[in-house]
Design a protein around this ligand. Structure first.
Ligand code: ADE
Length: 226
């Protein structure tokens, strides 16, 4: 799968694509990427990419011309194009799964007060918010979207890990323990040392329900139906 990211700070994304598990996925050929600098498409001497909003108001808006030229250069017109923005629909695991079926996704990293609406109208399929808070940069939101998507691709992490994690089955993940058996006086629950797989499965399910009840009670109704 290819991620094409348009940004005014492509170096932020470059560090992400060349580190850790993502770097391995790129090396294996599971992921490819293109980091495009929107400023390279600005036509004036100062390479201006922002301007004051029509109608007044605080802050600056990403100008349409450089961004549209950058989008044309990557053929965004025929690709799934996503714009992370706090005013988008909420990003979810289900949407991450949907994006992971695409061959290529284009992401636009907004800055300032937002991007000119006409670029959204002409190019963007989905505006997505990564949560009900405002980040100072679209790059962080784009990385979050990419991260949730690429780890679902075959060959990135094991199938078992994907099957057991939070949101799979509509519940949050049960607590995990590793060696030592006692840490600062706290013991690993006996059941995990018992070797009794059916009981362990049952305990983990109960723990998942307890955790979901405590941290995300609104998920429980939906989980019952899965
Ligand atoms: N850019 C700034 N805040 C954001 C958010 N919550 N979601 C997506 N993009 C953003």
């Amino acid at each position: 799968m290819k991620f094409t990211v348009l940004s005014l700070f492509p170096e932020i994304l470059e560090a992400y694509f060349t580190s850790s598990i993502m770097a391995k996925a790129v090396e294996k050929g599971v992921v490819s990427y293109a980091n495009i600098n929107i400023r390279d498409f600005a036509a004036d001497r100062h390479r201006t990419c922002d301007d004051a909003p029509y109608g007044g108001g605080a802050g600056m808006v990403l100008k349409p011309e450089p961004l549209a030229a950058a989008l044309d250069s990557v053929g965004a017109g025929c690709l799934r194009t996503v714009c992370p923005t706090p005013s988008g629909r909420l990003f979810t695991q289900a949407y991450a799964r949907e994006l992971s079926a695409e061959r290529e996704v284009v992401l636009i990293c907004g800055r300032y007060e937002g991007i000119d609406q006409r670029v959204l109208d002409l190019y963007v399929n989905d505006e997505v918010s990564v949560g009900d808070y405002v980040l100072s940069s679209g790059e962080i939101a784009a990385m979050l979207v990419i991260d949730a998507v690429y780890r679902l691709l075959d060959g990135v992490i094991t199938k078992e890990s994907l099957e057991e994690e939070s949101f799979c089955g509509g519940l949050l993940e049960y607590p995990q323990y590793t060696r030592p058996e006692v840490f600062r006086g706290l013991r690993v629950p006996d059941i995990l040392l018992s070797g009794h797989h059916a009981n362990i499965r049952q305990w983990r399910r109960e723990q998942s329900i307890l955790k979901t009840k405590k941290n995300r009670p609104e998920l429980l109704g939906a989980a019952d139906k899965i």
